[in-house]
Design a protein around this ligand. Structure first.
Ligand SMILES: [Zn+2]
Ligand SMILES: [Zn+2]
Length: 259
């Protein structure tokens, strides 16, 4: 399987996963022009997308869906509660999916699981072609054993590393917004992400992609160092035993090929 993130963060999210017989997009929070540019740079043909999987209906995850569906008539999968947040014009292309109800697109088995967030609903996805598995969990207020179990046995996990707690605490955001981000239905901090990644590495996952980094309350260096330190404390060497990449807002990651 192959993984490529085209954008990650509160200004737009989009990830492409492909196998031998299917290409899936997870979220499309980019306008069609930016998406087309980013896809061209990453050598991805948008006409080959078989389906769009939506995590939740927040703008940074769905803003581009309507234009893309109108252009290429791509089927969209999302939870029925998130469907309410989509443009009514795409309705004929939308299929409901639900936590713990796996379904197949081509040779990829998609297993949705629930994540705690202040949207109508939020889904993470496990994606497996029977040989390799990729899991995506973004926009979650906290980690728990059930979520960790859904991420287990993955070859690659893309997990939110949203904020540095200290930067958020001392930063300029209004009190209510800080409370929202730190709350049970907000976003995962670097510390929580790092702790989860160390646990997943102990269970055998080798590739990690840090995602949805805050532009104001985080830096790629802080997020990476936090996870690298947690891995080191668990006696894993980043770059040798396990690999950590960081998904960015304004450029695509390289293509990660799992074989
Ligand atoms: Zn988001
Ligand atoms: Zn969100």
């Amino acid at each position: 399987m192959k993984f490529c993130n085209l954008a990650s963060g509160s200004r737009g999210n989009c990830t492409i996963i492909s196998s031998d017989r299917a290409t899936l997009m997870v979220d499309d929070g980019l306008n069609i022009r930016t998406l087309s540019e980013r896809a061209r740079e990453a050598n991805i043909d948008l006409r080959k997308i078989d389906a769009i999987l939506i995590t939740h209906e927040h703008t940074d995850h769905v803003k581009g869906v309507s234009a893309l569906v109108k252009k290429y008539s791509i089927p969209v999968y999302c939870h029925r509660e998130s469907r309410k947040g989509l443009d009514a014009a795409v309705s004929p292309y939308v299929f409901d999916c639900d936590m713990d109800a796996p379904f197949e697109i081509g040779d990829i088995c998609v297993t949705p699981f629930r994540l705690p967030h202040d949207s109508n609903y939020n889904l993470g996805y496990g994606l497996s072609d029977g040989r390799k598995k990729i899991a995506i969990a973004t926009d979650l207020g906290y980690m728990n054993d059930a979520i960790l179990d859904n991420l287990t046995d993955s070859d690659l996990v893309m997990l939110e590393s949203n904020h540095d707690r200290e930067m958020l605490r001392t930063g300029s955001y209004p009190f209510m917004l800080k409370q929202r981000i730190m709350g049970k239905n907000g976003h995962l901090s670097n510390d929580e992400c790092a702790e989860s990644i160390a646990k997943l590495a102990a269970r055998g996952t080798k590739h990690f992609v840090l995602s949805h980094l805050s532009q104001d309350n985080n830096t790629p260096e802080l997020a990476f160092e936090c996870t690298a330190k947690a891995l080191e404390n668990a006696r894993f060497v980043e770059g040798a035993d396990v690999y950590v990449d960081t998904a960015m807002q304004y450029k695509a990651t390289g293509k990660i090929i799992l074989d």
